[in-house]
Design a protein around this ligand. Structure first.
Ligand code: SAH
Ligand code: SF4
Ligand code: F3S
Length: 375
């Protein structure tokens, strides 16, 4: 029996995709290993969101010498397509996020027989078959990730996701609920719903709030989470659902990205600073004591010191429970990559460190229960 190890990088979506791949490969008779040493085949499920994420994978793959079959799958596979083979000769196959369902067939071909081929790449699908979500394989016994929508059509100007994951597609709510039910009967009482923009969910008359209500009503479910929401699709009705549904975690991850209106516009985020602040006011009024976390990018092309300070002041005022703060990284195909990025590496690092330090102090003081301490 051939042994496979999957190394997963990137977001929760990739964690779930790796489970999907494991489920398919187990059905096809492969054994899944917990380390690469014992494996004949090593699959890298990868992320392209920042350059740093890609560099790490290239160096990991570069360190493999010898006879293992190496597969590059996920977002980097879609980003590089067959160019990946020029970059790293020891890669045998490439499969994009929409093509992961073909991996058992690719491995069959690589194993020889009538279809003997040395290099295979599959990056042309635009849709995954629904069945791949129903192999019943979940890594964690008590918690399950469930994808509700794939891809993204928001085209934030810095972001590679729409290019590598394709346009936004919603799974049918009956299939999502069936998958959740399956995970619950497997023992997973905690569920996290996944999508790049979950609150844009729509399946006929079922929007995200309705889907949350239906999931919340499932017997055996103890805790429900979701990830990630977009401010432009958030409203009071959504916050009321967070308040009222008993199994929903009282927390919200609402990426801000920047505290400057000019930068938000350049980012194509679809909201102003005032609209964002009004939203979180409404969230905090409705979901009393609810946690609030965010994502921020510093050093977007043309961001001035003053515009960075606007972000800094907003973070100081808002007091997020946690913020994931990233240095801008130019990505292929994106609009922002065409804007001259004149800020030095040191300049970006300085802004990054300053904001991280502020947020660390805020998070610590909130954790200590001191809501209004000066930072
Ligand atoms: N769909 C989600 C998150 C996608 S990626 C959302 O819109 O919130 C997660 C985070 O990575 C983003 O929120 C953003 O802050 C960051 N990010 C995306 N592209 C980036 C880039 N080119 N450089 C730096 N950070 C980036
Ligand atoms: Fe990227 Fe924007 Fe889509 Fe998030 S909403 S995945 S940042 S394009
Ligand atoms: Fe996720 Fe990275 Fe792809 S954040 S969607 S694995 S580019």
């Amino acid at each position: 029996m051939k042994k496979i190890f999957i190394r997963t990088l990137g977001c929760q979506m990739n964690i779930r995709d790796s489970e999907v791949i494991c489920g398919l490969l187990k059905k096809a008779g492969y054994q899944i290993c917990s380390s690469d040493g014992e494996a004949d085949i090593v699959i890298f499920n990868t992320c392209s969101v920042r350059q740093h994420a890609e560099d790490r994978v290239w160096s990991l793959i570069g360190s493999y010498k010898g006879s293992k079959i190496i597969g590059l799958v996920g977002c980097m596979a879609q980003n590089y397509k067959e160019r990946a083979f020029q970059r790293e000769a020891n890669i045998s196959f490439v499969a994009g996020p929409q093509d992961i369902y073909k991996i058992p067939e690719i491995l069959d071909k690589l194993a020889g027989g009538e279809f003997f081929e040395r290099k295979i790449w599959e990056v042309d699908s635009s849709q995954r078959p629904e069945e791949i979500y129903h192999t019943g394989f979940f890594q964690d016994k008590s918690h399950a990730y469930v994808v509700i929508s794939e891809g993204c059509s928001n085209f934030c100007s810095y972001c590679v996701v729409p290019y590598v994951r394709g346009s936004l597609r919603h799974r049918k709510s009956k299939n999502i609920l069936m998958e959740i039910q399956g995970a619950i009967s497997n023992g997973a009482a905690r569920i996290t719903l996944l999508g790049q923009n979950v609150n844009a969910y729509q399946d006929n008359h079922i929007n995200f709030t309705k889907l949350l209500e239906q999931a919340n009503a499932l017997e055996g479910l103890a805790e429900l989470n979701f990830f990630t929401s977009h401010p432009k699709d958030a409203n009071a009705g959504f916050f009321q659902a967070i308040r009222d549904l008993d199994k929903l975690n009282k927390s919200l991850h609402l990426p801000l990205q920047s505290g400057s209106d000019r930068i938000l516009k350049l980012m194509n985020r679809g909201y102003s600073v005032k609209e964002y602040l009004d939203l979180i006011d409404s969230y905090r009024r409705i979901v009393k004591g609810g946690l609030l976390t965010t994502d921020i990018i510093v050093g977007f092309p043309t961001e001035t010191d003053e515009e960075f300070e606007e972000t800094y002041d907003l973070v100081k005022k808002t007091r997020f429970n946690a913020a994931y703060i990233f240095k801008y990284s130019p990505r292929p195909n994106t609009k922002a990559a065409k804007i001259a990025d004149l800020l030095s590496k040191e300049g970006k690092e300085k802004r990054h460190k300053k904001l991280l330090d502020l947020q660390r102090r805020i998070s610590n003081s909130l954790r200590a229960g001191n809501k209004h301490a000066k930072v």
